[in-house]
Design a protein around this ligand. Structure first.
Ligand SMILES: [Fe+2]
Ligand SMILES: [Fe+2]
Length: 246
């Protein structure tokens, strides 16, 4: 039994592809077929595959049906995280979503999934991504209103993450793997409310996605930091090969 993760599939079987980078960069060419082939060669039916958000470009459930069908058809147990582009997933309606996909997909938010003696916890997360003002290659300031707005989203996501940890802890779990869609820190930080919570609950690993395109692959923490392993697992970074976590 193995645990794998990957994010940012950005499927568009029924919707318009909106990221021009996906059209230019050869890594996105036919990526649905490449990813499915990689999964079929790697993931066994008893394995768990965490898909870390930005599943679909669809603007609502009707536009995501084929994308979710594709995900249902991948091997293994599938656990989904909410990304910033997942318009089909109303943050307040995770439970109904879990009921309607019971036995096929599990949507991770305000809850947890068991994997051996680990609890898989997670939420979308958030981090301030600017706009920054740059002079001579150095950041000299940023949009304060955007930063205030980001701070509110960060606090809400931190509350959701705590619910996830606490649900697992109540059920007796003390070993955690933490999944975030957004990176845990901005390009200016080494620590955040998310790294603090990972340390508080002694998570063994923090896996994140959202950073795609080569210029963004090193925006946040990589490797060991305060005793915790941090890894980026966005799809194009991994060239569509799921990352083994455990
Ligand atoms: Fe994405
Ligand atoms: Fe994203």
């Amino acid at each position: 039994m193995s645990l794998y993760a990957i994010g940012d599939l950005h499927l568009h079987f029924q919707s318009e592809l909106k990221a021009p980078g996906q059209l230019r960069d050869p890594v996105w060419r036919n990526h649905e077929a490449v990813f499915r082939r990689n999964c079929e060669g790697l993931v066994r039916p008893t394995d768990t595959l965490v898909l870390m958000g930005d599943h679909s470009w669809g603007r609502n459930m009707a536009e995501c049906e084929k994308d979710l069908d594709y995900i249902c058809g991948l091997p293994g147990r599938k656990i989904l995280l909410r990304g910033n582009h997942d318009m089909f997933w109303d943050a307040k309606k995770t439970e109904p979503l879990n009921r309607s996909f019971a036995g096929k997909l599990f949507f991770l938010q305000n809850n947890y999934a068991a994997y051996e003696d680990y609890a898989l916890v997670g939420t979308k997360g958030y981090t301030f991504e600017g706009p920054f003002y740059v002079r001579g290659g150095r950041i000299i300031g940023w949009d304060e209103e955007a930063e205030r707005h980001a701070q509110k989203l960060i606090e809400r996501e931190a509350e959701r993450l705590r619910l996830s940890f606490e649900a697992a802890r109540r059920d007796g779990y003390s070993k955690f793997i933490l999944f975030l869609h957004y990176p845990p820190t901005s390009i200016l930080e080494r620590n955040s409310v998310f790294t603090a919570m990972a340390e508080e609950y002694r998570a063994e690993q923090v896996i994140y996605a959202h950073c795609h395109g080569e210029s963004r692959f090193h925006d946040s923490i990589e490797g060991r930091h305060h005793g915790i392993m941090y890894r980026l697992a966005s799809g194009d970074y991994l060239r569509w090969m799921p990352q083994r976590i455990l």
